[in-house]
Design a binder for this molecule. Sequence first.
Ligand SMILES: Nc1ncnc2c1ncn2[C@@H]1O[C@H](COP(=O)(O)OP(=O)(O)OP(=O)(O)O)[C@@H](O)[C@H]1O
Length: 412
Amino acid sequence: MKTNESSGPPAVRVQNVYKAFGRRPQNIVQKLKDGATRDELKSQGTAAVIDASFEVPAGEIFVVMGLSGSGKSTLIRTLNGIQPPTAGSVELSGEDITAVSPARLRAIRREHTSMVFQHFALLPHRTVGQNAAYALEVRGVSRSERERRAEEALSMVGLSGYGGFRPDELSGGMRQRVGLARALAAETDLMLMDEAFSALDPLIRKEMQDQLLELQQELGKTIVFITHDLNEAMRLGNRIAMMRDGRIVQIGTTEEILNDPANDYVAQFVQDVDRTRVLTAGDVMEPPVALLGAEQGPRAAHRLMRQHQTTALCVVDKGRKLQGVVYESDAAEGVSSGKDTLDGLIRPMPATASTTVLAELINAASEHPAGLAVIDQAGRLDGVIPRITLLNALADPTATGSVHEISQEVGA
Ligand SMILES: Nc1ncnc2c1ncn2[C@@H]1O[C@H](COP(=O)(O)OP(=O)(O)OP(=O)(O)O)[C@@H](O)[C@H]1O
């Protein structure tokens, strides 16, 4: 089989990166390579990043998290060359930025990366529109073009019409939106976000996270996002890198980090999530998207999915007993092969009781794109938990939900 050569190099490839501060950073790195610990080298300086390696495919949100001082900011600054690594290489779309001329590095930084900071870093004497257009101005884009792109970016973050305001006329949340708009207007493929939402109050913060996820869906940017907040990391990250004392100690999906923490440090972060976890499956259950007898044909199933904008349907028998799930692709295939019933197209769907604690469900849900079914003691379908709802709920211990009655019983 052919490998996917066309997919090209990853957006970011970091290989054995070290960054040390001190009078002789090279010496510090050499000693680390020879086996010295970070603590042993304290008198000579700080080993801020030690032997970091990872890849971020284009379009991924890669979250770096860890306690204060663990090296997150230093690591992210090596990705656009603001702080070149002491050793190791950083490739952006296949180009090694540690091996290019300073002029080329500046060009790469301008054209391909943008950064969003915790404290907005807006220019106070410029308007919101001028701030949003700033990266384009630096790049020498014409005034009319940058005004057009800045306005477009402002409208993407919900700030249409604010272009003429000054930053101090806006709330904190709005200012952070301007920071985001500035990064979007630059139309770079890599966005680096350093604690970008950490200064916002919880509600606004959640709103911004949602907006970022939406924009990401729409624009497919590659994002490296730093946070020290595990809930935020789990909400946003396709994968999470956990840093401790300069080292990446684990890289994984939310599920992997929750289920299989690499060491006690990671386990402690995860434990915090578990301690606050009071939600049960019933709390986040939704009405089943649709119920359908297996005797209904694939065409009807397909039509219902379209009607409900979903890609999967629970299938129940006449007694409302769960039979499984049918996916859109299977239904479509059934239609094209002229099948009359759903027989052979129904796949097993994991089910749970409404009282099961959410944290226990993550394994089952992670393997099933349609999520979980919630059933009563007699095996009758009460509701569903789409996979994304489960992940969101796990990532947000303050979320509340209510148990829904089955309200839709949709016949074909
Ligand atoms: N320019 C610098 N000169 C000397 N030491 C530095 C410099 N920048 C960072 N450090 C040190 O490197 C270590 C890692 O810092 P860094 O800011 O990367 O951590 P962080 O995980 O981002 O922390 P925070 O969440 O507090 O920003 C810290 O011990 C810090 O004091």
